[in-house]
Design a protein around this ligand. Structure first.
Ligand SMILES: C[S@@+](CC[C@H](N)C(=O)[O-])C[C@H]1O[C@@H](n2cnc3c(N)ncnc32)[C@H](O)[C@@H]1O
Ligand code: SF4
Ligand code: SF4
Length: 500
């Protein structure tokens, strides 16, 4: 098992009760039957244990997107109960973590790569990594992805990383970035790149892409796009950064003088010795003139300690860097050298799955919960599946499924959690069948179908009117569709569930 034991204590020491109902459940967490009942005590207990590790998947879905302007629920439905996010109305709007855990444990190989074209909240990503799998998820909502990263860093990145400080490297002398010096002498050449055709190489970590976009930047594939004159768009006429001392300045820009070498030692980036400010003017040690960068990396208290240590002639020293900073520092450098190295936390990308799936890694499992047509409108972006006619929705939905299936390795499974929804006349759209057809058209087989029995919620209050008025039965289930690419035996072999 991964970091989260099935039975015993979870990451914050909460007891997860066992489900001693027999050998079958013991072997597979619960019996792999075609009805899965989220109302059972065991399910609820286990869900609580997952939620208690800190998952707040509903973050990023609050406010404008769900407050009426953009968020609306179409009328011919069973009411509020079945929104596009299947879990809304049950009192807790997160995607079900127990269902996630079961699907990953049953259908995805150990250390397997999951892809999710409609990522939504953080649950599916965080649980994947908690179970030692890898997750790639795409969503159009920048706010959602930003909130997901915050959650992932908080839950999966609790332990700081010990790194070494190179005292010699940090004692190199620089002038420091005073605004008069920038205006008159150095022109902040550190923001520019002589080797890039665009004139700049400014990396935006996916966790901060949303804030950069909101500040007016354009980010393509993780790179901030320059202005026409090949400069950073946040540079003013005096070469000063307009984002300086705001929360919007990219992590990579603040941390820029520093990098980690292969031995996990913090050094001054080699290219800084080519800048005008190296060994110029004030000639102060890097750890003094780039103090703000150190504060970003280690926090104020540790930076003070480090400065004292170096000021009093201290040698190389080990120091703890918060996991989040370590990860961003490494990711940014890896991006420069074209490597993907995101292991400990999920990788979420902002954008239209239709475009982004091509960049997704090859997958051992597809797991997603798509928009259910326009049942819940997620935003006014014309690329948003919830924001188009039903015909256009189905066309695009199928093409996204096709792109995801192309990424799925042979002899692997895929799972979509869906629920049918009604059209404006109150008739069902046959969305479950559309989903099945979409996968089958890509050559996958429909391999399992299970019914997820969901909470009753406020249905007893609404059912009389709904049933008397139009004979609409109260919907308390979702459909779990499992598809197979290739051969079932080979796919099963790859998974080998050995929980004990
Ligand atoms: C049903 S929700 C997923 C909700 C999910 N159950 C959860 O845990 O939050 C579908 C998601 O698809 C996203 N979406 C809609 N059209 C998209 C597109 N073309 N590309 C990527 N994401 C899209 C929406 O922003 C929304 O977050
Ligand atoms: S690091 Fe050097 S080149 Fe860059 S702004 Fe500071 S003083 Fe100027
Ligand atoms: S955001 Fe600011 S520091 Fe970063 S490259 Fe642009 S002007 Fe330079």
């Amino acid at each position: 098992m991964g970091k989260f034991e099935l039975y015993g204590k979870n990451i914050i020491g909460e007891e997860i009760k066992p489900n001693y109902k027999g050998i079958i459940s013991k072997k597979f967490i619960i019996s792999p039957f075609t009805t899965l009942n989220t109302r059972e005590g065991f399910w609820q207990e286990r869900k609580k244990a997952w939620v208690k590790i800190g998952i707040k998947s509903e973050l990023g879905r609050e406010g404008e997107r769900h407050s009426g302007v953009l968020h609306k629920s179409s009328s011919g439905t069973d009411g509020k109960y079945i929104k596009g996010d299947c879990w809304r109305g049950s009192g807790n709007s997160i995607f079900d973590p127990v269902l996630t855990e079961l699907m990953y444990t049953w259908f995805c190989p150990k250390y397997g790569q999951i892809i999710d074209p409609f990522a939504g909240g953080s649950v599916r990503g965080i649980i994947a990594h908690a179970l030692d799998k890898k997750y790639w998820g795409c969503d159009l909502s920048g706010e959602q992805i930003e909130a997901n990263y915050e959650q992932a860093f908080e839950i999966l990145g609790r332990d700081p990383i010990k790194i070494k400080i190179s005292s010699a490297s940090l004692r190199q002398l620089f002038n420091g970035c005073k605004s008069t010096y920038i205006k008159d002498i150095c022109h902040a050449k550190c923001c520019e790149s002589s080797t890039m055709p665009d004139g700049v190489l400014i990396i935006i970590h996916p966790s901060e892409e949303n804030k950069i976009i909101n500040a007016g930047g354009k980010v393509i594939d993780g790179f901030l796009q320059p202005s026409k004159n090949k400069k950073c768009i946040f540079k003013d006429n005096n070469n000063l950064c307009i984002l300086h001392e705001t929360n919007n300045k990219p992590f990579g820009c603040i941390a820029s003088p520093f990098t980690l070498n292969k031995n996990n030692t913090l050094i001054i980036r080699n290219r800084y010795r080519l800048l005008k400010c190296y060994n110029d003017g004030n000639k102060k040690p890097a750890y003094i003139v780039f103090k703000k960068s150190l504060e970003l990396l280690f926090g104020k208290a540790l930076t003070e300690k480090l400065i004292k240590h170096l000021d009093t002639g201290g040698k190389d020293v080990l120091i703890k860097m918060p996991f989040k900073n370590y990860q961003i520092l490494c990711d940014n450098d890896n991006k420069k050298h074209n490597k993907i190295n995101i292991d400990k936390i999920p990788f979420w990308v902002i954008g239209d799955s239709f475009d982004k799936l091509e960049q997704a890694p090859d997958a051992d499992f597809i797991f997603s919960c798509p928009p259910y047509g326009n049942l819940e409108v997620y935003g006014d972006d014309p690329r948003d599946l919830s924001n188009m006619t039903h015909t256009d929705f189905i066309i695009k939905y199928k093409r996204i499924i096709e792109k995801a299936c192309n990424k799925l390795k042979d002899n692997s499974f895929a799972c979509f959690v869906v629920g049918d929804f009604r059209d404006k006349n109150g008739n069902y759209n046959n969305f479950v069948s559309d989903t099945i057809n979409a996968f089958r058209e890509c050559g996958l087989h429909l391999y399992n179908e299970a019914i997820l029995i969901t909470a009753i919620g406020s249905l007893p209050i609404r059912i009389t009117r709904q049933f008397e008025a139009g004979r609409k039965m109260g919907k308390t289930h979702q459909n779990i569709l499992i598809f197979l690419k290739g051969d079932a035996k080979k796919a099963t072999e790859k998974i080998k569930i050995k929980l004990f």
